[in-house]
Design a protein around this ligand. Structure first.
Ligand code: ADP
Length: 382
């Protein structure tokens, strides 16, 4: 029985943001509040319930304390469990886990596979254990949803020994894809659906009968589509060239690939596609063209992985909000049978292709926090 004030709290640590939500216990329990500290390490701002204010948060743990201190925030009540998004679960963590010392050791062990993502999330988790002792924590992994890929989609063309050491295609954004898989329109739910999660990080996933069969992301969240500041797929020879001919040390190459490439690097202007769409400069146009080209190209690749395609779903920041990008992607995919309906596309979410379209495309807002919240309730039994 839930007591008034009881809640579960979900934390979603990004590279410079900490999103949070509080829910009543129980599957699909009422969402009490949600918000975000963004700009961590720089000009940090807290957003919650339609208001925003500047805060001091030098790192993710400081941001967690800002949230925990709020008199009307997620922790201002009887917290029965915390749920966390952990980007990388490695080869074996294929479902959410209740966090105990052995589980923490397993998550620590795979953190080198996601050096920029796992450590801040784990630091927040440990900070919360110190501040609120005795409350259970559940870890949910972005890689878990993809662990059922056929072996051929799980491999690189490298020796088996490296695969056994963990060098394999994991796929990410799995919590988002799991949410979308659970709310697909009935007419395509059992079919072959390409889902485009286009946010500041971007990837695509092939779903067959709601299960992931392939993903555009592989070993790390650098792979696949171009992103706000990440390169997406790059010939490995480029990295060798940067090291051998430009003499860049590995730290510089890493910072470059994660922070200075993608839309920002190509345009020399911004990582925000809205800024690029509003710009007339050739480099901004090229960055947008490249993004659209690769989303469409990846849809084609996933159609092949899935043995055909019955529909396409757009989600996350760009996917949910940019009718221009959606229309341009669908125009490129006209050969496949998509025909955008301009009016429907302008007032998404929902179906954005018309009656004359052989295949349907939809905008479906994602909700990773809800997936984490439900998994947390299931594991702690509330
Ligand atoms: P994250 O990957 O950080 O969770 P989101 O899914 O929230 O990101 O997406 C953030 C991105 O969405 C921003 O970088 C911005 O480019 C894009 N975005 C947000 N709103 C719009 C909009 N109205 N039109 C186009 N792009 C948008």
């Amino acid at each position: 029985m839930t007591v008034d004030g009881q809640r579960i709290v979900v934390l979603n640590s990004g590279s410079s943001s900490l999103k949070f939500a509080a829910y009543r216990p129980g599957r699909d329990g009422e969402r009490l509040l949600s918000g975000e500290v963004e700009g961590i390490g720089g000009k940090a701002r807290l957003q919650m319930g339609g208001t925003a204010k500047d805060v001091t948060a030098a790192d993710p743990v400081a941001a967690m304390h800002v949230i925990a201190d709020l008199p009307d925030g997620p922790m201002a009540g009887d917290v029965v469990a915390f749920g966390h998004r952990i980007v990388h679960g490695g080869p074996d963590l294929d479902r959410p886990v209740l966090v105990d010392e052995p589980a923490l050791a397993r998550i620590d062990a795979v953190s080198p596979l996601a050096p920029l993502h796992n450590p801040p999330a784990l630091a927040v988790l440990r900070g919360l254990r110190d501040r609120f002792p005795g409350i259970p924590h559940v870890a949910c992994f972005d890689t878990a949803f993809h662990r059922g890929h056929p072996p051929v989609a799980d491999r690189f063309a490298i020796p088996e020994a490296l695969y056994q050491e963990g060098v394999r295609r994991y796929g990410f954004h799995g919590l988002s894809y799991q949410y979308i898989a659970g709310v697909l329109p009935p007419e395509i739910a059992g079919g072959r659906v390409a889902v485009a999660h286009l946010g500041s990080g971007a990837s695509m996933c092939g779903l067959v009968n709601r299960r992931s069969v392939d993903s555009s992301m592989g070993f790390t969240a650098l792979d696949g589509l171009p992103m706000g500041t990440r390169s997406g797929s790059l010939d490995a020879g480029v990295i060798l060239w940067l090291q051998q001919h430009k003499g860049w040390p590995v730290d510089r190459v890493e910072a470059f690939l994660y922070h200075d490439c993608g839309l920002k690097g190509m345009s020399g202007l911004s990582n925000d596609i809205r800024v690029l769409l509003a710009s007339e400069t050739p480099s901004a146009r090229m960055a947008v063209d490249y993004f659209v080209y690769h989303v469409a190209r990846t849809a084609g690749a996933l159609a092949s992985s899935m043995g055909g395609i019955d529909g396409l779903v757009f989600t996350a920041g760009i996917g949910e909000h940019s009718d221009i990008i959606r229309a341009r992607v669908l125009d490129r995919l006209g050969w496949m049978g998509f025909r955008v309906d301009a009016a429907a596309n302008a007032k998404a979410p929902g179906r954005i292709t018309g009656a004359d379209s052989r295949l349907p495309a939809y905008v479906i807002p994602t909700d990773e926090e809800r997936v984490i919240g439900n998994a947390t309730c299931a594991l702690v039994g509330v």
